[in-house]
Design a protein around this ligand. Structure first.
Ligand SMILES: C[S@@+](CC[C@H](N)C(=O)[O-])C[C@H]1O[C@@H](n2cnc3c(N)ncnc32)[C@H](O)[C@@H]1O
Length: 195
């Protein structure tokens, strides 16, 4: 597929989410044994969560629409000696991968989509997650003050998005580590099972 110009250009600079390590909340999930089997990180950026999963024994793959991000992810994995797969692709069309995963992770991707794209994204996730598989989602929360950054998401919106064929196990307050604010940004960490 063609690279996505606007997301790609973000990676010509230093995006605030690209912290050079995985999000601490995802590290806690990995340490709790939640990352295993065939794993997909959607909108993987420069690959920290894919490498986290791989280092916990998962067969991990990341997909992102930004070619620069994928190039950096591949270079980092090679430098660290981590075996992981990175593909340029559109997470609104995960059916094109023609495979299903045991676990899907999403750090900061759900909240980039507008109201029309959101159901398309959820259907796309469904196509790539096996029944009984788990989706771990971290998104910007409506508890975050101010208006910088991506759209805020409420718990009610999450519950409305994952109704049919999904079971929301938990939605907990979390914090996104970012480069531009030591306090981070308020987030939701949701654990959602595909029925
Ligand atoms: C806020 S960033 C998060 C990146 C990464 N998950 C992280 O935590 O560092 C959102 C990512 O989603 C990617 N993205 C946005 N729309 C996408 C799409 N339709 N398909 C694939 N990736 C997409 C962007 O290129 C960007 O890397």
């Amino acid at each position: 597929m063609a690279q996505h110009p606007s997301w790609n250009s973000v990676y010509e600079g230093s995006p605030p989410w690209d912290i050079g390590r995985p999000q601490p909340d995802f590290v806690r999930l990995a340490d709790a044994g939640k990352f295993h089997g065939h794993m997909l990180d959607v909108g993987c950026g420069t690959g920290e969560h894919v490498m986290l999963a791989a280092s916990h024994g998962a067969e991990a793959m990341g997909v992102d629409v930004a070619e620069l991000a994928i190039e950096r992810a591949r270079a980092k994995a090679q430098q660290r000696g981590i075996s992981a797969m990175f593909e340029l692709g559109d997470v609104l069309h995960l059916d094109r991968l023609r495979r299903q995963f045991d676990v899907i992770t999403d750090s900061g991707v759900f909240h980039v989509f507008d109201d029309e794209e959101r159901p398309v994204y959820v259907n796309s996730l469904r196509s790539a997650l096996r029944p009984g598989g788990m989706y771990y989602l971290m998104c910007f929360s409506d508890r975050q003050p101010g208006d910088w950054g991506p759209r805020r998401v409420s718990q009610a919106e999450l519950r409305a998005a994952f109704v049919d064929g999904w079971s929301i196990r938990s939605i907990d307050p979390a914090v996104f580590a970012v480069t531009i604010d030591d306090n981070g940004a308020q987030a939701w960490l949701a654990t959602i099972e595909r029925l």
